[in-house]
Design a protein around this ligand. Structure first.
Ligand code: SF4
Length: 483
């Protein structure tokens, strides 16, 4: 991997300066915390063959981590976006309530009729903790079937208490699935499992493997260009723009996992020819299962920014015949004009600006190229819940010696930002107002700040406009009182 890496540098950033900045941040902790956090922070080495930071470890208590839990990874990320299923948050009312409608996985259909972007919960009371919630769950599943007859299935997403009180949601799901003649998928994604959202992804992938895949077939005939779009959650319409582009080059997108997804199409995905995976972190498990079990190859790609889009389209085309390869060149040429216009408009306004990223498990590396297409430099990046294989993929994307942070605490982030003084911080809602109060432009990189899509050719002009709007807003000149 290391040989063909083109090493990028940022003026003024050296390994020594970054290490000194890290040491200052670590000095904020008591000794035990310092020892635990130190391996998670490092200057980047793009040519190293092993990852420079430790990852996927338990968070140090009390440091204000930005992480969520396994339930968030399962319900919020993987299961929730499947539009034609009812997703039940099983446990007390909080988790379902706070995660209701907050992730912008857009859906087609009519809410409450053919799609279910709703908050369904078993709303545990004390008696359910004491006597168990299995009976309540069975009643609830019946009610869901009665009230929402067009739901194609039900997922049961466990919250913390369910796994602690010894309930057997798997038995209830099995029994009720037969009784209701409807897929009922039990997902043991209690928030105390694992160390972050990441195990929730894995558990959900396993439930798709155990309860969903191969239970249906596509009704339309198979073709040589059948693919599935894996690990795109349709944030602000990302699936729609990515799907349109894949179809423009002649591929037939048979299923989307799981943004705007349909249960029966996901269940028939074992019939496609190739799995195209955008979010490696959350869905690599099922790609591997489909490869081992059905011989379906899979390919990672990146639809952020014209450079990566064109590179990815060519990589995808290599897996197909001349027809797709010719289409790809035509499609790239067709969009080149518009992409050039976008770059010509925004690059002069953003050239040389510096950005710091802190997101979940994919975007801290996948969006780097899109900023670079606009002439910007990424001077720090990190993930909430990535594993070492994600950091391996990150090192070559990031400039030499820039700071890499795993499961960064809010104090570390604030420290790095105050030292590096980037022109933009791109992270989540919990960070947004902290940095805006520091007088810094900020873009939300989870929700796209209620904008988007950012994927594919349709997304790049929106991305460029939003970044320009944030950085060059006149607001930032008014932060300091004139007296
Ligand atoms: S940690 Fe437990 S209680 Fe908290 S959101 Fe996750 S499942 Fe709910």
């Amino acid at each position: 991997m290391a040989d063909d890496v083109k090493v990028k540098t940022v003026e003024g950033i050296t390994r020594e300066s970054t290490q000194a900045m890290i040491d200052e941040a670590l000095a904020l902790y008591p000794e035990k915390g310092r020892k635990k956090r130190a391996p998670h922070l490092a200057p980047n080495d793009p040519t190293a063959c092993s990852t420079c930071v430790k990852s996927n470890r338990k968070t140090v208590p009390g440091v204000m981590s930005a992480r969520g839990c396994a339930y968030a990874g399962a319900k919020g990320v993987v299961w929730g976006p499947i539009r034609d299923m009812a997703h039940v948050s099983h446990g007390p009312v909080g988790c379902g309530w706070y995660s209701w409608g907050t992730r912008r996985n857009l859906m087609s259909g009519r809410n409450g009729v053919s799609q279910f972007a709703m908050q369904m919960t078993s709303d545990f009371q004390e008696k359910d903790i004491v006597y168990g919630g299995d009976k309540k769950l069975a009643v609830l599943l019946k009610e869901v079937k009665e009230l929402f007859p067009l739901a194609k299935g039900i997922s049961v997403l466990s919250e913390c208490p369910v796994g602690l009180i010894g309930d057997d949601i798997n038995a209830v799901a099995k029994k009720m699935s037969a009784e209701l003649d409807l897929p009922v998928v039990p997902c043991n994604c209690e928030g105390f499992r694992g160390v972050s959202q990441s195990l929730g992804h894995h558990i959900s992938n396993d439930t798709i493997r155990d309860y969903v895949i191969e239970t249906r077939t596509f009704t339309e005939p198979a073709g040589p260009y059948d693919v599935a779009l894996i690990g795109d959650y349709n944030i602000g319409g990302d699936v729609w723009s990515a799907r349109a582009l894949l179809e423009e080059i002649g591929l037939n997108v048979k299923a989307t996992w799981t943004g705007d997804g349909e249960l029966e199409r996901i269940a028939a995905t074992h019939q496609v020819k190739l799995n195209l995976i955008h979010c490696y972190r959350s869905m690599n498990y099922m790609c591997r299962v489909m490869e081992e079990k059905y011989g379906i190859p899979w390919l990672e790609f990146n639809f952020f920014g014209p450079t990566h889009i064109a590179g990815s389209l060519r990589k995808i085309a290599e897996r197909f015949d001349d027809r797709i390869q010719e289409n790809v060149e035509k499609v790239i040429a067709r969009h080149e004009v518009e992409m050039k216009q976008v770059v010509d408009t925004y690059r002069p306004r953003l050239e040389g600006k510096k950005v710091m990223l802190y997101v979940g498990g994919l975007r801290p590396r996948h969006t780097v190229g899109a900023y670079e297409d606009l002439g910007m430099q990424v001077v720090g990046s990190g993930y909430e819940f990535a594993h070492s294989d994600d950091y391996d993929r990150t090192q070559p994307e990031m400039p030499d010696a820039t700071v890499i942070y795993d499961d960064a605490s809010e104090a570390e982030l604030e420290h790095f930002v105050s030292r590096l003084k980037p022109d933009l911080v791109a992270s989540g809602i919990k960070e947004k107002y902290v940095f805006q109060k520091m007088g810094l432009p900020f873009r939300q990189m989870h929700s796209w700040d209620y904008s988007g899509p950012y994927h594919a050719y349709q997304g790049f002009p929106v991305f460029a406009r939003d970044i320009d709007m944030a950085i060059n807003s006149p607001t930032w000149k008014l932060v300091k009182a004139p007296f």
